[in-house]
Design a protein around this ligand. Structure first.
Ligand SMILES: *Cc1c(COP(=O)(O)O)cnc(C)c1O
Length: 468
């Protein structure tokens, strides 16, 4: 077999190679590992030069095509990509601009329907699921549990899609009113919001129990919108190329050195940056930023991956101690040897740390705590008239502390500040600065949700009534 970017293998070596559409439908590899393309295409300087003149959707088509292979024609893929990014509120999809006079640049990843960067992947994934089901027949019933943001991006990715229903559980009374509105005001009949009378952990437990009920899972064709789905990573690779091109154009320096700073939780976003660099994107270094939940920044500074406790912070989407996509990167750090990955991950599951040798010059890392987050929001608002959301602010705080000699730093801003009025109020004494018309509009819409007890039986009965 010649290694090809459109053949997918498990990091743990226990699956036969599968094509793109199978990889998307599989999500997690059947041996418990994560799927990776057998090779990365290398992009020549001449191609980079051509790509730098494309629109965002045109660029997305070029970046994705080699990984998609024969499963979709170029025309089909073009149509999918165009439809996925037409729902964004700007034709640039990801606007890039200088951040006041700070010397930093920002890429705004929040112009999709739910105002957070997960839309970039989930708008595409929703269309992709639908397209695969059309080719192959059948239906898909997605079940997820959310503590907030992922649920709404997933709902907006599949709302109104033929052949797909989505059931999202969230803890009743424990997500912010805004987050609940982003989910429960969606009125498409294929969307079901399950307000669970319990905690987020109850939702997670019920989710596991339902997926472990194999007869139910098969009969009801259950699927997940897993953060480990390869298509989610792929969609995110695009804006690393895009961001680099925009910075070069805006600085007027076609050879500008670039560092990209990424507020990180599950390592999905920054892994997409790693893929872009492996393909030849003109990026010198990725700067990984965590909040107090710093397992990843500790790893890049010490070479040891060791679990810590989860601390709730102002940047909840980064409150993660075990990063589900880290295994993909580990595969490359362990010499692309699935046996070593499998041993390391099994040891980790049993409570052992993972240790790697040497350093990777493509990465640097830092940690921004709550005080730094608040201070950065204040400083960027008063000095630069830029309103950051708390996730982006963690990144900016880390970027200010870790400049790269001779390089420009591009910070990824992963959510619109209007989604986090309480954090903005804490920083500035006034949360009313953080508004967005799309969020205001939700306030007058009725909620559509079903209250359920936190049990597998209740959730399965609810689903069974609605799945033909
Ligand atoms: C999910 C999320 C992140 C973290 O991204 P990962 O891919 O999990 O590293 C950062 N910011 C926001 C707003 C998010 O929703």
């Amino acid at each position: 077999m010649t290694p090809s970017p459109s053949l997918y293998l498990s990091t743990r070596g226990g699956t036969r190679p599968v094509g793109f559409a199978d990889a998307v439908m599989m999500g997690l590899a059947t041996d418990g590992g994560l799927l990776l393309p057998a090779a990365f295409p290398r992009v020549s300087p001449k191609t980079l030069e051509e790509w730098s003149r494309l629109s965002y959707p045109q660029l997305a088509l070029e970046v994705m095509a080699p990984f998609v292979g024969e499963d979709f024609s170029r025309e089909e893929l073009r149509e999918l990509v165009e439809r996925s990014y037409a729902t964004f509120d700007t034709p640039d999809v990801v606007p890039v601009s200088p951040m006041g006079k700070s010397g930093l640049f920002v890429a705004e990843l929040y112009h999709g329907p739910t105002l957070a960067f997960k839309d970039i992947a989930l708008q595409f994934l929703g269309n992709l699921f639908q397209a695969i089901l059309r080719k192959r027949g059948g239906a898909l019933n997605i079940l997820g549990a959310t503590s907030g943001d992922t649920g709404s991006a997933a709902i907006h990715g599949v709302r109104g899609k033929e052949g797909i229903q989505i059931f999202i559980m969230y803890p009743e009374g424990r997500v912010s009113p805004l987050q609940e509105r982003q989910m429960a005001t969606v009125d498409d009949p294929n969307v079901h919001c399950l307000a669970i009378q319990g905690t987020f952990d109850d939702g997670q437990r019920v989710l596991k129990e339902v997926f472990n009920d194999l007869p139910f899972k098969e009969a009801k064709r259950l699927g997940a919108v897993n953060s480990v789905n390869w298509a989610r990573i792929l969609a995110q690779v695009v804006y690393y190329f895009w961001g680099a091109f925009q910075v070069r154009r805006q600085t007027g320096n076609p050879d500008a050195l670039l560092q990209v700073c990424v507020p990180t939780g599950n390592f999905g976003d920054i892994f997409a940056g790693f893929v872009a660099m492996s393909m030849g994107a003109p990026i010198r270094r990725l700067l990984l930023a965590t909040n107090e939940n710093d397992i990843l920044s500790r790893f890049f500074r010490t070479g040891v991956y060791r679990r810590g406790e989860v601390h709730p912070t102002l940047s909840p989407s980064m409150d993660i101690q075990v990063a589900s996509n880290f295994e993909r990167y580990l595969y490359y750090r362990l010499g692309e040897d699935p046996a070593r990955v499998k041993a390391a991950m099994e040891g980790f599951a049993a409570g052992l740390p993972i240790q790697v040798e040497g350093e990777d010059p493509r990465f640097a890392a830092g940690r921004g705590d709550t005080a730094m987050t608040l201070e950065t929001i204040r400083e960027f608002w008063t000095r630069h008239q830029v309103l950051l959301d708390p996730h982006g602010a963690v990144g900016v705080a880390v970027a200010l502390q870790n400049p790269l000699e001779g390089a420009v730093t591009l910070c990824l801003e992963t959510a619109h500040p209007g989604k986090f009025p309480a954090a903005i109020a804490q920083a500035l004494g006034d949360g009313s600065l953080a508004t967005h018309p799309a969020l205001e509009k939700l306030k007058s819409l009725p909620l559509r949700k079903s209250l359920l007890p936190p049990t597998k039986e209740a959730v399965e009965a609810f689903m069974a009534e609605r799945i033909p």
